[in-house]
Design a protein around this ligand. Structure first.
Ligand code: SF4
Length: 427
């Protein structure tokens, strides 16, 4: 596939200035948050959080819009009696699950989601899941993962959930290479990618998570996978343990990222330059046109990222290269050098990267950097707004479809809107 500029890889050395590494106080949501988008994605799954009233409140307020449908998440509350070790939590949990499944025969996959309280009392949810699976299979499969906020950040909930699905994937017997896209994407984005892959001649494509639990894709040594999200460390490891091989690519954010992401698969499948150009040109053109509308508003604006969603590095690359925004500090909870290698090559050399957090120190650096917009979690956004700093909630980037050509403009809009609102308030 030589000769195609869109497909050429930037091989510039990714070594850069010193990265700030901090291990102080952090301001992040916990992994339970992922339930909000995961329960919409896997349509016959149910997420039972085994946690406290605080956990129930978090889920209820984060997903407060679910009043029209039967909810597909709930919390089995661990009471003070349980915390004091006075009750057998396992019996109570079994009873709760029994009641739930009797009432909801539509549930085919039940996740027991661990929390800080369940971890503190050392409730073994993997054994509980095994026991309950034994009892309710083949009608209902019961799995478990941790959404606890102890030493994690909120997108790790999705990583843990997807990693728990990998051992359940059937073994592939295919002699042909198969493409797996890992990471929850909005259905509309999934459909767009399916069409693009099909037009490129890549027919055997599946997505993790699937829309229905019975459609878990097969996996084996002929599986090549593309990460759609940068926070899937454990999922990637689990996929590789099953024989799959990762295709090295940046993430499909913006025109450039999407093109390079598709190109990684196209290279592997030996798609010709001509076909690649023909298939991707209309989407690239539409993305460029959409982004062009934001140039005047966003070019030159200074952006500061607090570590939260783990999408910070790909987003920063997109904002800098496709919208000419100026990066000050790009903070991320974890810097996965291997998965982010292509992204790091694309970041401007003078950007300050930081990994982890010591929130007070970082707030001081943020003030000093004088950004026009700060991307951060909800806990920091409100105080910043009150002090006149424009913010973007990083969690919105998980709730809003931002991947792919057709969503590039929407992604830019997420940053333009708060700047516009601030401007309107000034007038
Ligand atoms: S899992 Fe932990 S951090 Fe998350 S809501 Fe429950 S107690 Fe809070």
């Amino acid at each position: 596939m030589s000769g195609n500029t869109a497909l050429k890889r930037d091989t510039r050395d990714s070594t850069r200035g010193e990265i700030i590494r901090e291990r102080g106080q952090r301001e992040v949501f916990c992994g339970l948050t992922g339930i909000v988008w995961l329960h919409r994605k896997i349509q016959d799954a149910f997420f039972l959080v085994v946690g406290s009233r605080t956990c129930a409140h978090l889920i209820q307020s984060a997903a407060g819009v679910m009043i029209f449908a039967e909810p597909r998440f709930a919390t089995a509350i661990i009471s003070e009696r349980d915390l004091a070790g006075l009750a057998d939590m396992n019996d109570e949990l079994d009873r709760e699950v029994e009641k739930l499944l009797a009432r909801r025969p539509d549930i085919k996959l039940l996740f027991l989601v661990g929390s800080c309280p369940s971890e503190v009392i050392k409730l073994d949810l993997s054994r509980a899941a095994e026991r309950l699976s034994g009892r309710f299979m083949p009608d209902v499969r019961v799995l478990n993962y941790s959404g606890s906020g102890i030493e994690t950040t909120f997108t790790q909930g999705e990583d843990a959930c997807l990693a728990s699905l990998v051992p359940e994937m059937p073994a592939s017997t295919s002699a042909e290479p198969e493409l797996l896209v890992a990471g929850a994407l909005a259905d509309v984005v999934e459909d767009q990618f399916r069409t693009l892959f099909a037009d490129l001649g890549i027919e055997r494509v599946s997505f993790l998570p699937p829309q229905r639990s019975g459609e878990l894709p097969a996996i084996g040594s002929n599986t090549r996978y593309l990460l759609a999200q940068p926070f899937l460390t454990d999922t990637a490891r689990a996929l590789e343990e099953r024989g799959a091989r990762r295709l090295d690519a940046p993430f499909p954010l913006g025109e450039e990222g999407t093109t390079a992401w598709l190109a990684a698969a196209a290279r592997e499948w030996g798609v010709s330059d001509e076909v690649f150009e023909r298939v991707t040109a209309p989407g690239r053109e539409r993305a460029r046109l959409a982004l062009g509308r934001y140039q005047d508003e966003l070019a030159g604006k200074r952006v500061f990222f607090f570590p939260d969603s783990q999408l910070e590095v790909p987003l920063a690359r997109f904002l800098a290269r496709e919208l000419d925004m100026q990066l000050t500090e790009v903070g991320t909870p974890y810097l996965h050098r291997e998965h982010l290698a292509r992204e790091l090559e694309w970041l401007p050399d003078d950007v300050q990267l930081s990994e982890g957090q010591d929130v007070d120190k970082q707030i001081d650096r943020c003030w000093a950097a004088e950004p026009d917009i700060v991307v951060c979690g909800l806990g920091l956004a409100n105080p910043f707004e009150a002090q006149g700093i424009t913010t973007k909630w990083s969690i919105e980037l998980l709730f809003t479809p931002v991947h792919g050509y057709e969503q590039a403009g929407d992604c830019a809009e997420l940053f333009a809107r708060p700047l516009r609102r601030r401007e309107a308030l000034r007038i």
